[in-house]
Design a binder for this molecule. Structure first.
Ligand SMILES: C[S@@+](CC[C@H](N)C(=O)[O-])C[C@H]1O[C@@H](n2cnc3c(N)ncnc32)[C@H](O)[C@@H]1O
Length: 258
């Protein structure tokens, strides 16, 4: 391992739990229907005791072509296609790359990252919820906001990262402005962390919810990265205010030397 040192360092601790190595678990196989293709919507019968919101969620899941495609292709979540679509537009996941995946559970993005970086690459996946290991990735069961989490992730990385991904989101409160502020907090924390571990020219991708507070974040990203874009991948539901910021060409660069 390189005697590497992240750009900002506090106290050293050991890396977290739940490591998984090797490749292939839960990897996708097979061909699935085109998510854009039209098919008849199935209706879910309302069951006594099931809230209308759950019935609507179930109905949406059943009729969602990305859900069907994820199942057929072996991805753990429909979210996998969001990263696939982002990477198609901005090729950031390179063979041999080192990737941090924040808010990884159940593991769709991790599966995609492992496939893209290949056997010589490295993926460190982090979530406060537990997750079945994805072969080829190391999983840290951590609250990213807890003290020392950044050091544990940097230790697991063992060198500067090429890409920091954040799909972190807490459970929805149902109040748009509160969810927006919470996700902006997670996004800013992810960016602070990215500044300490990214290699020169590295990339940062984070989920945001539209809601007016993105101006400052975008200004900060523009100072640190050469290119900054807001994207709504086709797999992101049209009725959700979810967007992703994609920042490439990091102007800084963590040291590789001990
Ligand atoms: C939308 S899901 C991620 C889906 C994932 N990208 C995939 O492809 O399967 C958001 C995740 O963020 C995680 N999360 C939210 N806050 C977190 C925090 N403070 N630390 C670690 N994980 C967090 C949640 O536990 C949840 O699993």
């Amino acid at each position: 391992m390189l005697g590497w040192r992240p750009a900002r360092r506090t106290k050293r601790t050991m890396a977290g739990a739940g490591k998984g190595k090797g490749r292939g678990s839960g990897q996708r196989r097979g061909k699935a229907a085109d998510p854009g293709s039209r098919r008849l919507a199935e209706k879910v019968k309302t069951a006594r005791g099931r809230p209308i919101s759950s019935t609507r969620w179930l109905q949406r899941q059943i009729n969602d072509p990305y859900v069907a495609r994820a199942r057929a292709e072996g991805y753990r979540s429909r979210a996998a296609y969001k990263l696939i679509e982002i990477d198609k537009r901005f090729p950031i996941l390179k063979r041999g790359g080192r990737v941090v995946d924040l808010g990884a559970a159940p593991g769709g993005w991790t599966q995609v990252a492992v496939e893209k970086v290949g056997a010589r690459g490295q993926v460190v996946a982090v979530d406060s919820a537990d997750m079945e290991p994805v072969e080829g990735a190391e999983f840290l069961a951590l609250d990213f906001l807890s003290p020392g989490a950044d050091i544990k992730i940097a230790d697991a990385l063992g060198g500067p990262a090429d890409v920091v991904l954040s799909d972190m989101a807490g459970p929805s409160t149902g109040v748009g402005s509160v969810d927006h502020l919470r996700i902006m907090g997670l996004c800013e924390a992810a960016l602070d962390f990215a500044r300490t571990v990214l290699a020169a020219n590295g990339a940062f991708v984070a989920k945001v919810l539209q809601g007016g507070g993105e101006g400052e974040l975008v200004a900060a990203l523009k100072r640190d990265f050469r290119r900054v874009k807001h994207v709504k991948p086709p797999a992101s539901r049209a009725d959700s205010s979810e967007m992703y910021v994609v920042a490439t060409g990091y102007r800084g660069g963590a040291s590789d030397e001990g």
